[in-house]
Design a protein around this ligand. Structure first.
Ligand SMILES: [Zn+2]
Length: 301
């Protein structure tokens, strides 16, 4: 698969000394209703394109974070292991081409040092293990240390009935605690520029990633902020296990991002890759002062 046609150069953003690139993690279509939880269709359908089957496009943009000392990947896309039935159910629109995306940046899978899955749902962890040209499953990033929250990994090992529908065992084959899997509990510094912290909310062990360099910052909030349309604290998705936690997190965390003028990075957005947070007119309100749209060749902070 790594010999298939080359991908075009992924869009990117530079924060201080750190470069961020959006990789091709596959695009699917899902029912738009659950993506906006309690929000009526009359409202959300003004924001996104919805088809005759009530479906909207969902990107799965794994991100490459290039720091001066390490290559990191946040989330891994949907992978290439879906059965024909799953591809039909999830209306696969464009396949996972993560290795090709990396190649377009002059990198191979072997050069990734650290992988940070925000959580273990198939659309984020599906690309941790891929099916190679011989049909065998192998770790996509064989040299990388994979960083999960302890609480998330506990559910991977023993999924409850709801998690089992989205935590597919084949996505974790080859990950071994103490070897290529590091479990953290809460906040942890991963490199001098990158830290992870526990958010909960979407899943019990969901984590976010903050990148800081040269006085600028960017935040990857995973499924707590899947697209630019989810900035309002009450616009949460129906797949959240603990929606009240998501609302409380957004209410307390996002105003600080606006004060710091942080970039917010989006994993599932088909149009906007990142938005720069800024204070709105009302107390606590957060808006975007700038957005990075797809396709963007490259933006330097
Ligand atoms: Zn997701």
């Amino acid at each position: 698969m790594e010999t298939s046609k080359p991908a075009s150069k992924p869009p990117g953003l530079k924060i201080g000394e750190v470069e961020i690139f959006w990789l091709d993690g596959g695009r699917i279509r899902l029912d738009g209703g659950p993506m906006f939880g309690p929000v009526p269709k009359a409202l959300w359908s003004q924001k996104v394109e919805v088809d005759d089957h009530n479906c909207i496009g969902i990107d799965n943009s794994a991100m490459l974070i290039k720091t001066p000392g390490a290559n990191l990947v946040i989330d891994s896309g949907i992978g290439n292991k879906m059965t024909p039935k799953q591809q039909e159910n999830f209306k696969l629109e464009s396949p996972w081409r993560l290795p090709e995306s990396l190649a377009a940046l002059g990198l191979s899978r072997n050069e990734i040092d650290i992988v940070i899955p925000t959580h273990a749902d198939f659309d984020h962890a599906g690309g941790l293990v891929f099916r190679n040209a011989n049909g065998r499953l192998e770790l996509t990033f064989p040299r990388a240390r994979h960083i999960f929250q302890e609480k998330e990994w506990a559910v991977v090992k023993k999924p409850d009935r709801r998690s089992a529908t989205s935590y597919w065992p084949e996505n974790f084959i080859g990950l071994k605690e103490g070897e290529n899997l590091t479990l953290v509990d809460g906040e942890a510094e991963i490199t001098p520029e990158v830290r992870v912290f526990l958010t909960g909310g979407h899943t019990i062990g969901h984590q976010a990633v903050e990148i800081s360099s040269g006085g600028a910052s960017a935040v990857h909030l995973g499924d707590l902020l899947p697209s630019h349309n989810h900035l309002h604290p009450l616009w949460v998705i129906a797949y959240d296990d603990y929606p009240m936690e998501v609302i409380a997190f957004k209410e307390s965390f996002l105003p600080g991002c606006a004060e710091r003028e942080s970039w917010l990075l989006f994993y599932h957005d088909t149009e906007i890759l990142a938005g720069r947070a800024a204070p709105g007119r009302r107390p606590g309100e957060v808006i975007f002062s700038q957005t990075l749209e797809r396709p963007t060749p490259y933006l330097t902070e």
